[in-house]
Write a protein that binds this ligand. Structure first.
Ligand code: HEM
Length: 517
């Protein structure tokens, strides 16, 4: 019997938690059993387990329930390590975005969540330093964004080829839907994103290298899982636990060996003063160019910076793709509208910013099915008091909720435009842009840390969704039509179940391909 991926992950998480919890409680129990002054300690096991279970398997629901009850006021949720202070008003959100890193730090959160020193090739993230961000901003926000039009034709062909390969690899004829092949949605989505990102991050050659692309996809997944496991162990054990949970860093080692060779080649390009027009157009080139300006650069540090950017680029995009496809299956009339819209322009892949229905699909999907229930996490490096008096104690996290709405959503939750299911057409509204920032759409965060990869993420999501629906019909087994059956909650994240399959059936391929050219 083979266990589903989420069952394996649940075991991987729960086994160490239970062992650690029981050992800790035994210690507390034994050390307090002679003391009649501390009988409450006997109940700690119950409290400890209750807290783990409630927050870890219902975190996203707790956030949502808290939001419903709080009536817009800040509220708190206790977690294993600290308190989450959740603020949601526009005033709080804007204030949160403006507080300096020396007080409320995003990078301190990243350190707590993913332990980069143990999961990303020894990367030391600084809580307070603005240095972490400056390279990201130049490489992603400025250079990658400006090169998207140049990269799109290659990405279009690669993504279609990759999707077809995935169908050939995983496709199984659907027993209930004639002509449909079932493919594992989340796995295929991760692979598509990993391959597309490889093209933009390290160039077309490595993007075709099976070993590199597989290791790159696995690495992102392993950082996520290992970061979670490390939460339950004392810091001193982190190196050994991280090693065990990543199969002795197998994917990291593969990536590092390819990256080292590539980075050395790219350094040579810079040292030989090759004209910019002849240099490779990819992120690793820009990272190298940015970093070798500093006198103390070294190859290991460039690798670490690369891995951190890589990690940020895979996970949320692949989950967003899954949810956008499910959203279309739930709202089939949108598929027709999208096809019509894409067919109405000469080449939809070069018109991604002027396809309002496609844009709106992503906005709606992100609002209704965000892959995380919170955004704009910050850790208090010192106690912070908001202007209205709300206090975030040192060590606690503050954030804003994304799943602000009940599961049954209606058009009122999308204030800037109506649901296309109800209106049946685009309203061309002002606020339909998926990459917009604002307190009413904090998906990308706000202020100086607002996601620098959002224009890229938006373009590739549009490209992937567009390519799939222009070339395939999509469907899902009736049993999974209920949204809750497609996902599971882990802490604040809402993760697609690996066992859910997407049904795909080739449309008129010639027509689809001609339209996308
Ligand atoms: C749907 C996909 C994505 C979502 C929802 C998303 C969301 C976010 C959010 C909420 C933040 C933190 C902002 C804050 O707290 O104020 C962030 C930061 C960041 N994102 Fe994204 N992101 C996505 C895709 C990407 C991609 C594709 C890349 C890389 C190409 C990327 C790179 C980064 C980086 C480097 C940061 C850190 C910025 C800093 O340290 O200042 N993200 N993202």
């Amino acid at each position: 019997m083979s266990l589903s991926e989420e069952t394996q992950i649940a075991f991987a998480y729960l086994a160490p938690i239970v062992i650690f919890a029981v050992a800790r409680q035994l210690y507390l129990y034994i050390s307090s059993s002679h003391s009649s002054r501390k009988p409450w300690r006997r109940f700690q096991l119950f409290e400890f387990v209750r807290r783990i279970v409630t927050y870890h398997i219902r975190g996203a629901e707790l956030i949502e329930e808290g939001y419903q009850k709080s009536n817009g006021r800040p509220y708190r949720i206790r977690t294993l390590r600290n308190n989450l202070v959740i603020v949601s008003s526009d005033e709080h959100t804007e204030e949160l975005a403006s507080v300096p890193d020396t007080i409320l730090s995003l990078h301190a959160v990243a350190k707590d969540m993913f332990e980069p020193q143990h999961t990303m090739y020894g990367f030391k993230v600084h809580d307070k330093s603005p240095l972490n961000g400056s390279m990201h901003s130049r490489v992603l926000r400025t250079l990658l964004t400006s090169k998207i039009p140049y990269l799109l034709p290659g990405l279009r062909d690669l993504s279609l080829k990759c999707f077809r390969q995935q169908i050939a690899l995983h496709g199984k004829s659907s027993p209930s839907k004639p002509g449909f092949q079932n493919i594992p949605t989340f796995e295929v989505s991760r692979r598509l994103v990993s391959q597309i990102n490889s093209y933009c991050f390290v160039g077309p050659e490595l993007a075709q290298n099976e070993e590199f692309v597989t290791a790159a996809g696995d690495f992102a997944q392993e950082v996520m899982v290992t970061g979670e496991i490390l939460q339950f162990f004392p810091r001193a054990l982190a190196p050994i636990i991280a090693s065990l949970s990543t199969n002795f860093k197998r994917s990291e080692r593969i990536l590092v060996s390819y990256l080292r060779t590539t980075i050395l080649e790219r350094i040579r390009i810079c040292e030989d003063n090759i004209p910019h027009a002849q240099r490779p157009v990819d992120c690793i080139q820009w990272i190298v160019e940015t970093m070798i300006r500093k006198s103390d650069y070294n190859v290991d540090h460039i690798i670490q910076e690369f891995l951190a950017l890589w990690f940020g680029s895979v996970h949320q995009v692949s989950m967003s793709l899954v949810y956008a496809l499910y959203h279309l299956i739930d709202n089939p009339t949108q598929i027709g509208l999208l096809r019509e819209e894409m067919s109405s322009v000469d080449d939809w892949t070069t018109s991604l910013s002027s396809l309002p229905n496609l844009d709106r699909l992503l906005v709606e999907s992100a609002k209704l099915h965000p892959s995380d229930s919170i955004s704009m996490r910050r850790k208090a490096l010192q106690t912070y008091r908001f202007r209205d008096g709300t206090v975030v104690n040192k060590g606690d996290w503050v954030c804003v909720p994304l799943r602000r709405f009940p599961a049954k959503i209606s058009s009122h939750a999308i204030p800037s435009h109506q649901s296309s299911e109800s209106s049946g057409k685009t309203d061309g509204g002002l606020n339909t842009s998926f990459t917009n920032l604002g307190a009413d759409f904090p998906l990308w965060g706000m202020g100086k840390h607002a996601c620098p990869g959002r224009f890229y993420a938006s373009s590739i999501l549009k490209l992937l969704v567009g390519n799939i629906i222009m070339n395939f019909d999509i469907d899902i087994d009736a049993v999974y039509m209920e949204e809750k059956r497609r996902t599971f909650i882990w802490r604040t994240a809402v993760v697609p179940r690996a066992s859910i399959h997407l049904g795909v059936r080739r449309r008129d391929m010639e027509e689809g391909e001609v339209k996308s050219r």
